[in-house]
Design a protein around this ligand. Structure first.
Ligand code: BGC
Length: 721
């Protein structure tokens, strides 16, 4: 805590300090939006004091450099203490230039790319006056019904941690010009919402929490993230926002995090609805005790902290600490020296959606796409005479992905535009059906079939609408709507050369599609340059290299399904997958294996793995081993490959996952080129939360796997002695 921020604090009255802990919408301070102050709009329910509202420390969610300047000026003009405001925003997968949703970026298995993309978003957002992004979201996810899986990086703690680190570094850089502070969320285990229904109960053991859910938040903290947002859900019966064990004991005391902790939207007050607090006063008390600094969009602190202090339930020191954390962040952001920071309408116009940014977003989309199936029809030849572009996602900008604030549908390149950029008039379009998940309207199919019949090949853009994922957008059915299958089946009757381009914010249960479509290229929700990226991939200008980071089930009934599960006392052997073996952990009607496993993704080329070696058979505590493999590009295209290292702890004081990702490296190989990829294995990587919940590596046998996806087999063993 700096001398300067302490001096600022010393000048504030108790009321002003308490108001500094509140967060309202930035629109509150924009008179031209005609809902200034706390009288109208979402803030009216907060019933904040009309003068003290100008002592509120931070605000959220408004776009545009000019409006931000207006907010800044109006706030400072009316504020007694004139402490610079700080504007926060959900910059989730880009700001004005959108890159693919985060579940897609993770599929790139490319840390550097994730970092670059976040850096681009930070630059665009900072020019619009944003100083903090509510990202990265690193919630581990296993249930594709949950709409927010699109924001996360998937089911693996290690990969989530690596992506968290890269993203935090990308946003924050050295906290210089164009950098913004990151806020990791949602602490903790929001991704475990039961039945994949948003805001629902989370019930995980301390072991599961520590083994799977906490590591990615910890990685963000270790990478220097400036803020942490608590989650809406309960953990062990207590809403996260007032969960002292999580926030005070683990985040602050165990991990040493001394930055700002913010609640999620109105979550302090929602403790009452949860039945965890009797009233707003108790809600404020619980949050303060948990060391929560900023209350977002409810006003329990403003209304009750003073009273709680007078009653001796909380101390002024607690309030001071919280205010100081916010002031310190403002100082670190440079806001105390230059309250405008980098807001710059002129520069914003030049930088946002610039050629360079579009190119980077395109690269992001190209490296995130996953080729799920290819009977050999991809890549398409550019010499093709005509292409029938069909499908509800073929000619719309609504593929850039939901949960973003600055992107615009009409600034997004559609697949139609992308294909025409390569093929010109040779591309003909028909919608084929509507995108609504409940649409049964087949009236557009005939027109699409006649087009397909008269063209050399068909590019069929199926999947979800972008608003079928994101907050509050959960689905109980995750297969394609029947009408899309009808369209596909009818088209296949007249033209077999069909490549399906899939748009989705989540893993889908598309076994039926996998059985019928000759090729499936999953673009996820690919951002502003989605159409160009799709075209480049379809025509082989770029070779797909993405690999899924969340398992695709065959049917929803398999969920939750994830690769890094514990074994059981009666496992079903993989070789029996399609057989019925009663009294094993299995189903009567379907195999155990997923449709596509974690880490899976095809390429237009082929890679051969050979000479898998481990440098020793024993490892002493503190020592290390090297696992390596030769990878050769044996196909016809220069391409990238995500090489994956997995380890299995064969026996522990607690049961261990069947395998765990412990390393990955994305390499690019020319045709015929061979390279050795090596991974270090050290004791730290073997640690886990043992029977006594101590983080230790236990002696014994470990298996080592290197391969192209999580189905790879162990090639070596070693003993930790
Ligand atoms: C979401 C957060 C988000 C916040 C502010 C909430 O509804 O859960 O992820 O950062 O709103 O927009």
């Amino acid at each position: 805590m700096s001398q300067r921020t302490k001096e600022i604090l010393a000048k504030l009255t108790l009321d002003e300090k308490i108001y500094h802990l509140e967060q309202v919408t930035t629109a509150t301070f924009v008179p031209s939006l005609k809902k200034p102050n706390v009288v109208t709009g979402p803030d009216s329910a907060l019933k904040l004091d009309e003068n003290l509202v100008f002592e509120v420390g931070t605000s959220l969610n408004l776009i545009g450099a000019e409006t931000m300047i207006e907010a800044h000026d109006y706030y400072l003009k009316n504020s007694k203490n004139k402490i610079p405001p700080v504007f926060m925003q959900d910059v989730i997968h880009g700001h004005r230039t959108l890159y693919p949703i985060n579940l897609a970026v993770a599929a790139s298995f490319n840390r550097e790319l994730a970092k670059e993309l976040a850096g681009m978003a930070a630059k665009e957002a900072s020019l619009d006056g944003v100083s903090v992004t509510f990202a990265p979201m690193v919630d581990l996810v296993r249930d594709p019904r949950w709409g927010r899986v699109m924001e996360s990086s998937g089911e693996d703690p290690y990969l989530n941690g690596e992506m968290a680190k890269a993203t935090v570094q990308g946003y924050q850089g050295d906290m210089g010009k164009y950098n913004i502070a990151a806020c990791v969320k949602h602490f903790a285990a929001y991704g475990a919402a039961e039945a994949g229904r948003d805001y629902n109960t989370v019930d995980v053991s301390e072991r599961t929490l520590r083994e799977y859910y906490l590591p990615a938040y910890k990685s963000a903290v270790d990478a220097g993230v400036k803020m942490v947002m608590t989650a809406f859900n309960i953990v062990d019966g207590v809403p996260c926002v007032g969960n002292k064990h999580l926030v005070k004991d683990i985040l602050r005391d165990e991990w040493g995090f001394d930055g700002v902790v913010i609640s999620d939207y109105s979550a302090v007050e929602e403790q009452i609805v949860h039945g965890a607090a009797e009233d707003r006063k108790e809600a404020a008390y619980l949050a303060m005790e948990a060391t929560l600094d900023i209350e977002m969009m409810s006003s329990c602190y403003a209304k009750h902290l003073k009273e709680l202090m007078a009653e001796g339930k909380i101390t002024e020191e607690q309030i001071d600490k919280a205010v100081l954390r916010i002031l310190d962040l403002k100082e670190e952001l440079g806001a105390l020296d230059n309250s405008y920071r980098t807001v710059n309408p002129e520069e914003a116009k030049k930088i946002q959606l610039s050629k360079e940014h579009r190119a980077l977003a395109r690269k992001g989309a190209e490296e995130s796409a996953v080729l799920l199936k290819n009977d050999g029809i991809l890549p398409l030849s550019k010499d093709v005479g005509s292409v029938a572009l069909i499908g509800p996602n073929a000619n719309t900008g609504a593929i850039h992905g939901s949960w973003q604030c600055g992107g615009k549908i009409d600034e997004t390149v559609t697949v139609y535009e992308g294909l025409r950029n390569i093929l010109g008039d040779k591309v003909k379009y028909a919608p084929g059906c509507y995108i609504e998940y409940n649409s049964e309207d087949t009236s557009l199919i005939d027109e699409a079939c006649s087009l397909a019949e008269n063209c050399d090949c068909v590019v069929l853009c199926l999947g979800e609408h972008q608003d079928y994922s994101g907050e509050g957008n959960c689905r109980a059915n995750i297969d394609l709507p029947e009408v899309q299958y009808k369209l596909l089946d009818r088209i296949l009757e007249v033209n077999k050369n069909v490549a399906v381009v899939l748009f989705t914010g989540r893993p889908l249960a598309i076994e039926r599609l996998d059985k019928t479509a000759p090729a499936i290229l999953n673009m996820w929700m690919p951002g502003t340059e989605g159409g160009n990226a799709s075209a480049n991939l379809l025509f082989g200008n770029v070779v797909p290299s993405g690999k899924i980071t969340m398992t695709f089930p065959r049917v929803l009934g398999q969920c939750p399904i994830y690769y890094n599960h514990y074994t059981t006392g009666r496992p079903k052997l993989p070789e029996d997958d399609y057989n019925r073996v009663r009294f094993t952990s299995s189903y009567l009607d379907i195999p155990n294996s997923p449709l596509y496993p974690f880490g899976y993704g095809l390429s237009y080329t082929s890679f051969e793995y050979s000479d898998l070696t481990l440098s020793g058979e024993t490892m002493k505590a503190g020592d290390k081993l090297i696992a390596s493999a030769k990878i050769k590009n044996t196909g016809k295209y220069k391409a990238k490959e995500a090489v994956q290292l997995y380890i299995r702890d064969v026996k522990g004081s607690c049961v261990r996952p069947v395998k765990e990702l412990k390393g990955f490296e994305k390499i690019e190989l020319d045709v015929g080129e061979e390279r050795t990829v090596s991974f270090e294995i050290n004791e730290e990587m073997l640690k886990y939360w043992n029977k006594e919940l101590k983080f230790v590596a236990e002696k014994g046998e470990f298996e080592v796997f290197i391969g192209k996806d999580s189905n790879c087999q162990a090639f070596a063993k070693f003993n930790l002695i």
